[in-house]
Design a protein around this ligand. Structure first.
Ligand SMILES: [Zn+2]
Length: 435
């Protein structure tokens, strides 16, 4: 069989990211008509790229159904005069507006994400989503608002709490909220969809200054084909396909992304980690595919994620030995152990957390579309590719290239996309929890 890696049209992808950006900007600028326009485009290109559209469709429905009742913003949002009056000139907050499912808080000065803390609690049968914002205001003691267009929200209470301002959303059931941070603005959206799991793209809700750098490292390449499976399916091609898709997904979500190779070229292990260090990457993601000898081909399959640590299990040692083959000769056993000893504890803990988030999200995303998805778990392994990197790093074995069904899948564009989306979701989830 011919090896082929099908990529979505690049203009579709760039249009998709363009309208996604436009959509978020229109939310930030309070430009409702642009929000509707860009949402429609976003839905169109999401469909074309086979991405989920349900979230956008619901937003659009909410927005368009309210058009008659709510004034459409022209350039600037219409300030709610009643609320604006309540703040005086020395207050941190300039104004608060509620429109449809959205709360817009404007500030006098720039705010940082560290100024905002989000907590959830239950109190007297009510679910509370609390946003604690550092700052002060003297105008009032307590302010109650309603969100009439979202049934689930009973009220919004804003009050002073120690040195913070707390905005508390009160509801009978747990709310799904997302917040987006602009320079002088916070947008809080209440998503009423019940079945949709809360989906926040970390990069989109964070200011540009906090943009995270990800280095993707597709294993092997060039003269080093990596593992091979039936019908000459080489690891180096499958992992490049997944890596490229991951790159475009992460870019569309606002991350800064670099790849150690984006073509079929040989790279030493040293080159790869040095590259990541030079780019000052926040995360290093190495992508590989596994293999077993012919006798076991039909039995062994599944996905596993490794983070660096001295090997524990025989299995980890075996996989590590295979992946390390290229450079291992140059290191004596003594040197290797010294390397592992000097690994920073915090980096290992962070890598472990990242591995768990990525593994869980990959499995979750694949299981929605495919049968026979096997979770081989998160493991520790002594991978040299992870040794040299100064940032949290993981090595993903996206499947067994030796297994007939899995290797066939690993060569299809749609499977690669589902895998890559899962990895991207894992990265989002990691950053949302570990700032
Ligand atoms: Zn490999």
């Amino acid at each position: 069989m011919q090896l082929h890696l099908v990529a979505a049209s690049s203009s579709d992808i760039s249009n998709y990211s363009k309208y996604k950006k436009q959509y978020f900007n229109s939310i930030l600028n309070g430009n409702k008509s642009n929000e509707i326009k860009s949402l429609k485009k976003l839905i169109y290109y999401s469909k074309k790229l086979n991405k989920p559209t349900i979230k956008y469709k619901k937003e659009l429905k909410l927005l368009t159904s309210n058009v008659k009742k709510v004034k459409i913003y022209k350039d600037k949002p219409v300030l709610n005069k009643k609320i604006k009056k309540l703040f005086n000139s020395t207050d941190t907050i300039k104004s608060i507006q509620v429109d449809a499912n959205t709360i817009i808080i404007d500030f006098k000065n720039n705010i940082k994400k560290k100024d905002i803390k989000f907590t959830e609690e239950r109190h007297r049968g009510y679910a509370r989503d609390n946003f604690d914002i550092q700052g002060k205001y003297t105008g009032i003691n307590k302010l109650k608002l309603t969100m009439p267009q979202v049934k689930a929200v009973k009220k919004i209470v804003i009050y002073k709490k120690k040195n913070n301002i707390r905005l508390s959303l009160r509801a009978k059931k747990n709310l799904k909220t997302v917040y987006i941070l602009g320079k002088k603005r916070i947008i809080i959206k209440v998503l009423e969809s019940i079945n949709q799991k809360k989906k926040i793209n970390y990069a989109q809700v964070m200011p540009k200054a906090d943009q995270k750098v990800i280095v993707i490292d597709p294993g092997h390449g060039g003269k080093d084909p990596g593992a091979n499976g039936p019908r000459k399916r080489y690891e180096k091609y499958a992992v490049l396909g997944v890596g490229k898709k991951l790159s475009s997904i992460l870019k569309s979500r606002g991350y800064k992304v670099f790849m150690t190779r984006s073509i079929d070229k040989y790279r030493t292990l040293k080159y790869r980690t040095k590259y990541a260090n030079n780019k000052k990457a926040d995360l290093f993601i190495s992508i590989h595919a596994n293999a077993v000898p012919k006798k076991k081909r039909n039995r062994i399959y599944g996905i596993e994620t490794y983070y660096l640590s001295p090997a524990r299990s025989e299995r980890a040692k075996r996989v590590a030995a295979k992946e390390n083959k290229a450079d291992i000769k140059s290191m004596s056993y003594g040197t290797k152990n010294v390397f592992l000893m000097t690994q920073n504890r915090a980096k290992i803990t962070a890598s472990n957390k990242l591995a768990l988030d990525v593994q869980n999200n990959m499995l979750h995303n694949l299981k929605k579309k495919y049968k026979y998805i096997k979770d081989n778990g998160v493991r520790k392994g002594p991978f040299w590719i992870l040794v040299g990197a100064q940032m949290p790093s993981i090595l993903i074995e996206v499947g067994y290239i030796s297994h007939p069904r899995e290797s066939k899948r690993l060569y299809t564009s749609s499977y690669q996309n589902t895998l890559a989306t899962g990895i991207a979701n894992g990265i989002d989830s990691y950053f949302l929890k570990n700032k």
